[in-house]
Design a protein around this ligand. Structure first.
Ligand code: HEC
Ligand code: HEC
Ligand code: HEC
Ligand code: HEC
Ligand code: HEC
Ligand code: HEC
Ligand code: HEC
Ligand code: HEC
Ligand code: HEC
Length: 362
């Protein structure tokens, strides 16, 4: 068997098998780019305030300023965050005990006007621009072709991140898997084209054979949460159709972790078990100049009821007809019922009869 590259470097409490080069993880490429922005004004607004800070509203300027006089209050009594911690112990606790801190939040006025504001929660701008004015990498992601509904709710970034600090990497409020399932466990979430999205809680409960990265709760190993150029927010291309001409770049997503030799070598006794003797049946089905069958024709990508993530059926055409896959696992291989072709059996227990050609196998 060939090796499976696991390009995962998430620090959340899960163990990964055979972890390899983190550089291979396309995730986050460019998304961590941050730019400085002009410090926002913290002067009290004369009109148009949507939120007003209680101690400002009560006119008690001297709680924070050296002087009482409303006209010339002078500088703040203490360094800015200490000014705030005087009353906001809860935020101080998060900022001191949180394992992952937002350095930017050490100066509270980077995001809050201490007096009043035209936005809720004394913020100096609305989400998401409050964040993306500095996080230009994320802003670019949000501009990509495929957008994620999670980014543009009122909560936006704060649906998943703490702006201050948290105990989960990337200042997430919960483990990412839990966040994904929180929103993706309903029967009525639709994508931007109005197509219903699968209910994940149900999917995982009903399908015991789970793809390793799903079982390891790492949704981000295939999806880019903030936005992506690929269908379904995927990290790398994967054809959305039933047939596609074979070019490895089309399957870049699968080949982030699986060796492309699984479909590029015609004869092998080691690269894949989906072979009849040494004839590579992955090659036979997928590696075609015009109508290559894509992985989805046979495999589920998240979870299935059968071994090897083989699906029970696959939607064929836009009318919603389900083409049965009719797979049976045998001790020495498998059988495919008469659906796509006459019933066929493959035997993959054949041992190599001669040493493999140099370089042909790893
Ligand atoms: C909760 C704390 C707090 C209260 C209460 C408060 N301020 Fe401030 N104020 C600040 C902080 C912090 C700054 C920023 C100081 C700095 O940058 O050094 C500031 C700055 C200012 C500035 C300068 C703004 C600028 O453009 O730089 C003015 C004017 C001001 N406050 C007026 C007031 C007045 C008038 C009151 C009472 C009606 C008041 N503040 C109450 C915290 C407070
Ligand atoms: C003298 C006490 C005091 C100080 C000092 C203070 N706050 Fe507050 N702050 C309050 C109170 C009281 C509330 C209202 C709490 C509530 O509604 O539960 C509040 C609410 C807030 C809110 C929520 C506002 C909303 O509309 O929901 C923010 C944000 C906030 N403070 C930020 C700051 C920042 C930033 C500083 C430092 C510049 C600061 N506070 C300093 C007393 C203080
Ligand atoms: C004034 C600029 C600025 C603003 C505004 C800002 N950030 Fe940041 N952010 C940074 C910088 C700089 C870093 C990297 C250093 C650090 O930890 O603060 C960072 C780090 C982060 C990280 C951790 C990235 C990592 O690789 O570990 C997250 C997540 C994040 N910010 C989210 C947010 C969210 C959500 C908001 C809006 C509520 C926001 N930021 C607003 C400047 C900013
Ligand atoms: C990077 C931007 C950013 C910085 C810097 C920042 N905050 Fe906030 N803060 C937010 C956002 C966004 C929210 C609203 C979060 C939400 O609605 O879940 C918030 C909410 C709050 C609240 C209200 C909490 C509540 O439950 O309603 C308080 C109090 C607060 N911040 C205090 C502070 C203090 C004190 C500091 C400095 C130590 C600070 N913030 C620094 C972005 C920031
Ligand atoms: C649906 C949940 C969700 C929302 C909404 C969300 N994020 Fe994230 N964010 C994540 C997850 C999960 C990660 C870590 C794994 C990853 O990179 O996918 C992350 C990582 C990050 C990082 C670190 C990037 C890196 O390359 O390491 C930054 C910065 C960040 N987010 C900022 C933001 C900002 C700014 C917003 C709002 C405009 C936002 N996020 C909205 C879930 C979310
Ligand atoms: C705050 C709620 C929320 C969270 C958290 C959330 N999603 Fe979503 N997601 C949505 C909504 C709503 C849609 C459908 C609307 C859209 O994307 O425009 C969606 C759509 C999607 C789509 C399909 C996008 C398309 O148009 O093809 C994928 C894939 C996806 N989410 C993955 C994830 C992953 C992975 C996570 C966890 C990192 C996650 N989501 C967390 C709300 C959420
Ligand atoms: C091994 C890669 C991989 C992992 C890991 C993964 N996904 Fe996906 N996901 C895909 C692919 C590929 C699609 C496109 C659907 C297809 O090809 O059948 C997809 C589609 C989706 C969709 C749209 C489904 C629909 O109804 O059409 C959602 C939502 C989604 N994934 C969420 C998640 C969540 C949540 C997790 C973590 C539990 C996760 N994904 C883990 C590869 C992955
Ligand atoms: C983030 C890494 C990653 C990505 C991306 C990925 N896989 Fe996997 N896949 C794995 C791991 C790890 C295994 C388990 C290998 C093992 O146990 O030897 C696996 C196993 C499989 C299996 C065998 C399942 C079984 O139960 O025997 C199939 C089929 C599969 N993957 C298909 C795909 C397809 C199709 C894609 C692209 C849509 C894909 N994988 C993308 C990591 C990944
Ligand atoms: C015509 C159906 C079909 C197509 C199309 C298909 N597979 Fe498979 N695949 C199988 C079957 C059947 C097995 C189980 C072989 C066995 O062990 O008996 C399998 C096994 C696997 C395995 C487990 C390791 C191995 O090679 O035995 C991986 C990984 C895998 N497929 C990935 C993929 C990827 C990636 C694609 C698309 C590039 C793909 N498959 C396309 C039918 C298919």
């Amino acid at each position: 068997m060939k090796t499976v590259r696991m390009a995962i470097v998430f620090v959340v409490s899960v163990a990964f098998i055979g972890v390899a080069a983190p550089a291979a993880r396309a995730q986050g490429k460019g998304s961590s780019e941050v730019e400085a922005r002009k410090p926002p004004s913290v002067a009290p607004l004369k009109s148009g305030a949507v939120s007003t800070h209680v101690p400002f509203g009560t006119g008690e300027c001297s709680l924070c300023h050296e002087k009482k006089d409303g006209k010339g209050v002078g500088p703040a009594l203490r360094p800015i965050n200490k000014t705030c911690y005087f009353c906001h112990e809860d935020v101080q606790n998060v900022m001191t005990s949180g394992k992952f801190k937002h350095k930017t939040a050490e100066s509270c006025t980077n995001c809050h006007n201490p007096h009043n504001s035209a936005y809720p929660k004394l913020l100096v701008a609305n989400l998401p621009s409050l964040c993306t004015d500095c996080h230009v990498g994320i802003r670019r992601r949000m501009d990509s072709k495929v957008k994620h509904g999670a980014m543009t709710t009122t909560a936006s970034c704060s649906a998943c991140h703490s702006p201050h600090a948290s105990n989960v990497e990337k200042m997430l409020l919960r483990l990412p898997y839990e966040q994904c399932l929180d929103c993706h466990s309903s029967d009525d979430t639709k994508d931007s084209k109005g197509k219903l999205l699968v209910n994940f809680k149900k999917l995982l409960a009903e399908n015991p054979v789970q793809h390793a990265p799903v079982a390891q709760k790492d949704c981000s190993s295939c999806h880019e949460t903030h936005g992506s150029e690929n269908t379904r927010l995927l990290l790398a291309p994967y054809p959305p159709e039933f047939y596609a001409p074979f070019v490895p770049a089309n399957y870049a997503l699968c080949f982030l972790c699986h060796d492309e030799r699984i479909v590029t070598v015609k004869e092998t006794t080691t690269e894949t078990r989906f072979r009849d003797g040494s004839y590579n049946l992955h090659f036979a089905h997928v590696n075609k100049a015009d109508k290559g069958r894509i992985c989805r024709v046979c495999h589920e990508v998240h979870a299935s009821k059968q071994a090897f993530l083989i699906r029970e059926g696959v939607p064929y055409g836009s009318g919603g007809w389900i083409l049965k896959v009719g797979f049976t696992q045998n001790p020495d291989g498998g059988t495919c019922e008469k659906t796509c072709h006459t019933a066929k059996r493959y035997v993959n227990t054949v041992k190599p009869t001669a040493p493999a050609a140099k370089g042909a196998v790893k």
